[in-house]
Ligand binder design. Sequence first.
Ligand code: HEC
Ligand code: HEC
Ligand code: HEC
Ligand code: HEC
Length: 194
Amino acid sequence: MTDEPGWARPAVVVGLALLAVGLWTGALGGPAEKRDAAPLDPKSYSTDTVRKVRKSMTFDGAPCQSCHEGKEALQGDPREKGIFHEAIKLQHGRNQHCFNCHHRLQPADFSNFDGAPIKLADVQLLCARCHGTTYRDWQQGSHGRRTGSWDSAKASKNTVCIACHEPHWPVFKPLQAAPPPQVNPHGGEQGGHH
Ligand code: HEC
Ligand code: HEC
Ligand code: HEC
Ligand code: HEC
């Protein structure tokens, strides 16, 4: 402190002031002008799932129970579609039986190993019966799609199997890729010109 020459402090102050002016005017290569990124074209992304998941089990607008009263178990050949359900093309590998999945007494529900009903809201438990490893991967987030927080302590949600796979013909069909987003780090305009 005491050995300091008299001109040292004013020199530092002047130097800092020059530096500040230099940065402010950009003369010293200060931060580039900040511009907002162009908004993404909605054509480039979608948050929709491949299929829309139904909320209730209806056929042609009518609840299953309106025709299948559940008083007695459906007795039909498990491969029969029933006169109203001809449109269902069952292409699920060797899984060709309606009642492998649908409950015989309550066809609006699904059937577990022991015959206990599985509700539509828990339909992944039906798939898990035969696709155990995929189900495990899905639970852990490596199959399908998880949304929400990356932090496992916070809430996240797994997209249900039938939002991607149609249960009667579940092989995933190729999708058309969306156009790439026009992200140009150098400018606010799409397609950039620098
Ligand atoms: C408009 C009436 C109607 C509605 C609604 C209806 N079904 Fe059916 N369903 C039939 C008829 C008729 C058959 C063939 C006769 C039979 O076996 O009972 C049939 C057959 C079936 C079969 C084949 C089993 C068999 O015995 O042939 C399944 C599985 C089935 N229905 C599931 C459903 C499910 C699931 C729903 C609701 C999403 C539903 N049905 C809604 C009329 C209906
Ligand atoms: C792999 C399991 C599986 C098999 C096998 C299966 N279903 Fe389904 N079915 C489902 C699931 C899950 C739903 C409800 C979810 C959905 O429609 O997206 C459904 C929905 C339905 C519906 C209501 C929707 C629609 O498409 O009309 C009817 C009717 C139906 N099934 C009848 C049948 C009949 C008849 C058979 C046999 C020929 C059959 N299902 C075989 C799993 C199955
Ligand atoms: C009763 C057993 C059974 C149930 C229940 C079942 N599956 Fe399957 N699944 C099969 C069989 C068997 C195959 C054919 C495997 C093969 O051909 O290698 C198959 C094939 C598939 C495939 C195509 C696999 C491939 O290699 O291309 C998908 C996807 C699939 N299932 C999804 C589902 C979903 C989603 C559900 C629940 C709605 C479901 N499965 C319920 C037995 C089942
Ligand atoms: C976000 C969409 C999505 C969800 C949710 C999803 N899948 Fe898939 N799944 C796919 C795609 C895409 C493929 C095809 C991968 C390929 O062709 O290589 C696939 C493939 C499969 C296969 C074929 C074999 C394999 O593992 O690659 C099975 C079986 C299957 N899924 C079952 C399920 C089951 C069971 C669930 C729910 C527990 C589920 N999937 C949830 C998108 C999904």
